[in-house]
Write a protein that binds this ligand. Structure first.
Ligand code: CA
Ligand code: CA
Ligand code: CA
Length: 264
């Protein structure tokens, strides 16, 4: 026998089961309400067109970007080319200037060497002139007279021709050699009879100067040379000062004044 309480409990469970069934039914209806209806063929085509259009837009955008990028890169390349050409011109100018500077430097070096050579030459000339001046001063102090490139000294004593020559040689000179009309005129200012450096002792009649040269231009006094009174006159002196032609041959052993010449 089922008790009353058991009947109540069974009745309650039954009611609960009916509620659950009712809620499940309601749930199924609401799910069915939300089910998407199957797509129609027109809708599929529409979606395809939309997707294709989107893809075309993306492709167009990509093409635009690619084109802009190409133009940009081309402009950049052009700029780089111009810059390269500018740099090339700058480099060429620099090289040209460098070459020009090198040439100028070499020219300056040559000028410097020339100047140095000129300076050395001037220094040598200066030393030469100094030596010459010192020599001139020396001869002038010793009583020599300068005329046309030579110093001359008249003796204060009388000697034979040979001793006269020896005296001149001891002074770094020799008996006077007359090479020109001017020198001949110069020699006539001394009024004593003076030996000069001309003789024919080696070969009679062959007149030779003390430097070994042959007589070419002569200034013999009228009638000379004459081996006067058949004496052996082999040495020459200046005897006739008042005449343009003043030379006379005389015995070398005779003693006269003499004139030394030192060529400078
Ligand atoms: Ca002379
Ligand atoms: Ca003679
Ligand atoms: Ca004579």
């Amino acid at each position: 026998m089922v008790s009353f309480e058991e009947e109540l409990e069974i009745s309650s469970i039954h009611e609960n089961l009916e509620d659950v069934s009712a809620r499940n039914a309601a749930s199924r209806r609401s799910v069915e309400d939300f089910k998407v209806p199957a797509a129609a063929p027109g809708m599929k085509m529409y979606r395809l067109v939309v997707v294709s259009f989107g893809l075309l837009c993306i492709l167009q955008a990509a093409l635009n970007i690619s084109l802009r990028l190409t133009l940009y890169l081309e402009a950049g390349c052009n700029n780089l080319t111009e810059e390269r050409d500018d740099l090339k011109r700058t480099l060429e100018n620099y090289v040209s200037q460098q070459n020009s500077l090198t040439e100028e430097r070499d020219e300056m070096k040559r000028i410097n060497l020339d100047l140095e050579a000129g300076r050395n030459l001037l220094t040598e000339e200066n030393h030469g002139l100094k030596r010459t001046l010192e020599e001139y001063a020396h001869y002038l102090q010793q009583g020599w007279v300068y005329f046309s490139g030579s110093f001359y000294r008249i003796s204060s004593t009388m000697k034979t021709w040979q001793d006269s020559r020896r005296d001149c040689q001891q002074r770094g000179a020799d008996l006077m050699i007359i090479n020109s009309q001017e020198e001949q005129d110069f020699s006539r200012q001394y009024k004593n009879i003076i030996w000069i450096g001309l003789m024919d002792r080696d070969t009679e009649g062959e007149w030779t100067w003390v430097d070994g040269t042959q007589l070419t231009t002569s200034f013999w006094y009228s009638g000379e040379p004459n081996n006067y009174l058949n004496k052996n006159e082999d040495c020459v002196n200046i005897n006739h000062h008042d005449h343009q032609n003043s030379w006379n041959d005389a015995p070398c052993e005779n003693e006269y004044f003499w004139i030394c010449e030192k060529k400078m």
